[in-house]
Design a protein around this ligand. Structure first.
Ligand code: ASP
Length: 320
């Protein structure tokens, strides 16, 4: 088993079965309390272990990424599910998407306000409807018919910290992606024992976003992509740029057409193409052979990886 050094901004590892992120941004060591840092590491590790146990039990890749993302959604520290940030109306509006590499089936939802685990609803769109992308009320009406989707009130998402962040953003009249207090989007990419891939991404979006705004996270090809022939990708960053660069699909396209490795393709999109456009963020990308890349062009990205032999690594900050 090779080493799992993911401390760099352009880290690449081998033999990974599951890679996760908890958002990218201006995450600086001096701004994170020791308690907060420990809680982030613990949250990442818990998610990796839940996903790995499923992998060991022979679960399919879709189930692995869904279960892993659910753990991160339930953790108030990350900007998804319970810890989702608030929009300009003080409401948590959630987005999620999921994709399976073996047949490129996908499911996504946007603008839901009552779904405890948006990733599970996205999976239901994939598995139980003939559609790919549902929004708002239509998505919530579907949720009401599904046993596996738990409905909650807005108070479930409301945390003092998110409210304070919204007030700060309102005061400065800005929309936050990468403020120090931003704890981002979550995502997972995994392969099963048969080496099929899947990717999942879930988010509350950006603090003080205009209500109705949709970022890259629920957009197949921008924030999420999976194709067994290339890789599985989940993105985090300034969504408007990720949409215009079709980040997740672009990484796959570079592998497919230019025959680049997963790390060359992911690094090229994050460190070159996005940088040129002025977009900040990162991705996790995993190829079917276990090669993985975790590049980001921000100060930090909450991230983690677990290898086939169970060794795991988590990291927050970066170095070049
Ligand atoms: N990509 C997300 C969005 O633009 C935000 C994030 O990843 O932190 O909605």
């Amino acid at each position: 088993m090779g080493n799992l050094d993911i401390s760099r901004n352009d880290a690449a590892v081998v033999d990974a079965v599951l890679v996760i992120h908890g958002g990218a941004g201006t995450i600086l060591e001096e701004n994170l309390t020791a308690a907060r840092e420990a809680a982030c590491y613990a949250g990442l590790e818990k998610a990796l272990k839940v996903g790995y146990a499923l992998w060991q039990a022979g679960a399919d890749a879709l189930s692995i990424v869904e279960a892993t993302v659910r753990v991160l959604e339930d953790d108030p520290i990350f900007n998804a599910g319970r810890g989702a940030v608030l929009n300009d109306q003080g409401i948590a509006e959630l987005d999620a998407s999921i994709m399976r590499g073996v047949d490129r089936m996908a499911g996504a939802i946007t603008g839901v306000t009552t779904i405890k685990n948006p990733i599970t609803l996205a999976r239901a769109v994939l598995e139980k409807t003939s559609f790919v992308f549902l929004s708002g009320l239509g998505a919530e009406e579907l949720a009401a018919t599904l046993e596996e989707v738990e409905i909650v009130g807005q108070d479930y998402f409301f945390t003092d910290e998110r409210w304070k962040q919204l007030q700060a953003q309102r005061a400065s009249n800005s929309v936050s992606l990468s403020e120090d207090n931003k704890f981002g989007t979550v995502g997972a990419v995994a392969r099963c024992k048969e080496n099929h891939l899947a990717a999942a991404t879930s988010t509350g979006g950006m603090t003080n976003k205009r209500h109705g705004r949709i970022g890259d996270s629920p957009m197949i090809g921008a924030g999420t992509w999976a194709d067994d022939a290339t890789c599985a990708v989940s993105a985090t960053g300034h969504g408007e740029f990720f949409i215009r660069a079709a980040v997740a699909h672009e990484i796959s396209a570079r592998m497919r057409h230019a025959k680049e490795s997963v790390s060359v393709a992911a690094d090229g999109v994050i460190h070159e193409e996005l940088m040129t456009m002025g977009g900040s963020g990162g991705v996790i990308a995993l190829a079917a052979n276990g090669d993985a890349a975790l590049p980001f062009n921000t100060a930090g990205m909450y991230r983690g990886v677990i290898a086939a032999d169970g060794t795991l690594a988590t990291a927050i900050y970066g170095k070049r």
